[in-house]
Design a protein around this ligand. Structure first.
Ligand code: SF4
Length: 352
């Protein structure tokens, strides 16, 4: 309560200026009405003041709502980039606008910071597809094979594995593992595993063991519509996230993580783009590249959309126990090792 009181109440001029800032940031272009922007402004005004008082930083994943990204986020990116920036930040508190496995990763890399997850129910179908006991069973079944885990897993699952990968560095890291091992276990994303088996020329099962997890957003895109879109929009560049099916991935112009997709849009000169991923990413690309045309082909992730401005304000004012991310010390220490191994394998210069 004391912290809330010290924020004070905005004057009508403060609110008008904040609404103007949100308008200029592009919310109106994304379809927000005047009333919505005014309601958001009241909350963003408070959050932005409170985060200074509480020495907090707000990272936001690229799939988050536009009012979060443009209204209160200090940095925006994929889970890898956000975790690194959180660890480098001098802030005492991290209010993680994303899903649980991301907030857990931030806590593993920044154990001394208070990490808050405004929407504690924000899970992930991939992270929930596998348990630590199932990883241990895989290791018994494939002795000697290193286990690489996509970053979309819980801290307890990471603690059982050898190296973490992201969509941006999975191919590079698995290729290094295959230079020393004839078999590698990859969890939990089956479709990404199948895409990796093709890219690396490794047989599913005998060389690359994959788990059966799926992202509920990316597994549902239909590869048959790609040819139709190419006929409808000649010259369109189609980009797909690496969690999409192999059939879709082989028919597009670029496949990768969200960071790679954004870079591709920035460095190419096509008139129109189709971003086959979560809808929030298209909104962000539209704001960053106002001169380019984006054709919608996206789906909403219910987990990513669970975080709103009221939840962020609540976690800063007086967090509920479930909003505070806490990990057992042994899990945190064991999960840190495969994350550090990822940094070493993906960015060797960092460790040297
Ligand atoms: S988009 Fe897919 S992988 Fe990302 S949080 Fe949602 S369910 Fe998980």
């Amino acid at each position: 309560m004391a912290a809330t009181a010290s924020v004070g109440s905005p004057t009508s001029e403060d609110l008008a200026a904040e609404a103007e800032r949100l308008f200029e940031a592009g919310l109106a272009d994304l379809g927000y009405g005047e009333g919505e922007i005014a309601r958001a402004a009241e909350l963003t005004w408070k959050i932005n003041r409170l985060k200074k008082i509480k020495n907090a930083v707000i990272p936001a994943h690229v799939y988050q709502r536009a009012e979060v990204i443009h209204g209160v986020a200090d940095f925006v990116g994929d889970s890898y980039k956000l975790s690194r920036l959180c660890a480098e930040s001098k802030a005492e508190r991290v209010v993680f606008c994303g899903v649980r496995f991301m907030a857990e990763t931030a806590k593993i890399l920044s154990p001394d910071k208070t990490v808050l997850l405004p929407a504690p129910e924000a899970g992930c179908s991939l992270a929930e597809s596998i348990t630590p006991a199932q990883v241990r069973a895989l290791k018994r079944e494939h002795p000697g094979a290193p286990v690489a885990t996509y970053i979309n897993t819980s801290a307890a699952v990471k603690a059982e594995t050898d190296v973490v990968v992201t969509s941006a560095n999975a191919e590079k890291i698995l290729s290094k593992l295959f230079s020393e091992h004839s078999k590698v276990v990859f969890i939990p994303d089956e479709l990404m595993g199948r895409n990796l088996s093709k890219a690396l020329g490794k047989k599913i099962g005998s060389e690359l063991v994959v788990w059966k997890g799926r992202c509920i957003v990316h597994e549902n895109f239909d590869s048959s519509s790609v040819a139709l879109y190419r006929r409808m929009y000649p010259g369109v560049k189609i980009l797909a996230h690496a969690e999409c099916s192999p059939g879709l991935v082989e028919s597009v112009d670029f496949v990768g993580g969200t960071g790679g997709m954004m870079d591709y849009v920035g460095r190419t000169k096509a008139r129109s783009y189709m971003l086959v991923t979560e809808c929030g990413f298209g909104d962000l690309a539209r704001s960053r590249f106002p001169g380019k045309k984006f054709i919608p082909m996206c789906r909403l992730c219910p987990y990513m959309k669970a975080t709103g401005l009221p939840e962020i304000l609540r976690s800063l004012e007086n967090p509920t126990p479930s909003q505070i991310v806490d990990l057992p010390a042994d899990i945190s220490a064991r999960a840190r090792r495969p994350l550090e191994r990822m940094f070493d394998l993906a960015e060797p210069s960092r460790s040297g």
